[in-house]
Ligand binder design. Structure first.
Ligand SMILES: *Cc1c(COP(=O)(O)O)cnc(C)c1O
Length: 362
């Protein structure tokens, strides 16, 4: 069997480890940057009505025209820009990689960065180059410019704010990168709702700049909708790779309806930002924890024995993300998603108890 696998499956796939999602049943789930709040009952009732009336025996509108109009209005997308929709922005990353994967083509990101950039580049047959960030997780512009000149990347992905560090990179530095690279730059604004900065207004200034957003972190992770905003010329090429019915009818209908109540999502994002401030402050008082700044809906922090603490939290029913061992800059780092006030309190209490308990030497 293993000989057969190895003769059929591409070597870069054999070498890849699958994106791991740990089981979370019954846990306080603070690992995946989900919005912890539900929608108001009245909106959920509207949604059930939409589900009841939906023509699920028919294929969805392949161009999702009506939803795109709603997105353009709600997200203040410049009128001269086009939109491409994906089954989550992960699918958009894949479409971009498929379109640009000429032999030897390079997809560049920063390390530590969003893991899917490397995984998707690899399975689409591109070389992934991750340029190390500075120790404070800021962009190392000189290193980026040197790597661009050396590798001539077809595509650069920059998450703004960055995951897993949570910070916004210097916008000026990103502009220098856009100007210096021979290829395209995708600014990935997955965490836009929790930051006060965007490249949306800058889009028209650069012919090689595209902007990606997702509704996942804003509260609709289960519906899977990501979008790419850019010049029609670029999107017309990428559209050729998008499978015709990648965004299902329920997603189209429900997202369009929720967008009519976008203020609710923004209020929830505002609550998450307020909770983020409280959470960071609490972590900072726990002595021996280094808390990093965040413009996203999660907080990165460093403490001794991160691996053990992560496991003990898990044993106490709290799931966060252990980043220790994934990159040298993330040594002893954990990442916690901002949850509800109760969830955050529970997390902080449990963490404090674990930290204060005298170590029993076995
Ligand atoms: C979560 C995340 C995405 C993917 O979101 P989708 O759910 O696939 O839309 C993309 N980029 C970054 C940086 C993320 O953290």
């Amino acid at each position: 069997m293993s000989n057969l696998l190895e003769s059929i499956i591409r070597p870069e796939i054999l070498a890849l480890s699958a994106y791991h999602v740990p089981p979370a049943k019954g846990m306080i789930k603070l690992d995946a940057m989900e919005n912890p709040y539900t929608l108001p009952l009245i909106l959920r009732e509207e949604i059930s009505q939409l589900a009841e009336d939906a023509h699920i025996n028919r294929y969805p509108d392949p161009g999702a025209a009506s939803l795109k109009v709603a997105l353009k209005d709600t997200l203040s997308i410049p009128s001269e820009m086009a939109i491409m929709l994906g089954n989550g922005s992960d699918e958009i990353i894949q479409i971009i990689a498929l379109a640009t994967a000429k032999p030897g083509a390079v997809l560049m990101g920063v390390d530590p960065g969003f893991a899917m950039f490397r995984i998707i580049a690899t399975f689409c047959g591109m070389s992934y180059v991750g340029v190390p960030l500075a120790t404070d997780f800021s962009l190392d512009l000189d290193a980026m410019l040197a790597a661009i000149s050396q590798h001539q990347p077809a595509v650069i992905f920059l998450a703004y704010p960055n995951n897993p560090s949570g910070n916004l990179f210097d916008a000026e530095a990103i502009c220098r990168i856009i100007e210096a690279t021979p290829g395209i730059v995708i600014v990935d604004e997955a965490y836009h709702a929790f930051a006060d900065a965007t490249f949306m207004d800058i889009l028209t200034q650069y012919p090689n700049l595209l902007l990606m957003r997702t509704l996942s972190k804003l509260g609709l992770a289960g519906l899977r909708l990501g979008l790419l905003v850019g010049r029609p010329e670029w999107l017309a090429q990428l559209e050729k790779l998008r499978l015709p019915y990648n965004v299902g009818i329920m997603t189209q209908l429900l997202v369009e309806r929720v967008l009519q109540h976008y203020d609710i999502l923004l209020e929830q994002a505002a609550s998450i930002k307020a909770e983020r401030t409280i959470l960071r402050a609490r972590l900072a008082t726990m002595g021996s924890i280094e808390v990093f700044p965040s413009d996203a809906n999660f907080v990165l922090f460093r403490l001794n024995e991160a691996g053990r603490i992560f496991q003990e939290l898990q044993q106490h029913g709290i799931l966060i993300k252990n980043l220790d061992g994934t990159h040298p800059l993330l040594k002893d780092c954990l990442r916690v998603t901002v949850g509800t006030s109760d969830e955050n309190t529970q997390f902080c209490k449990t963490l404090r108890r674990i930290l204060e308990r005298p170590l029993l030497l076995a």
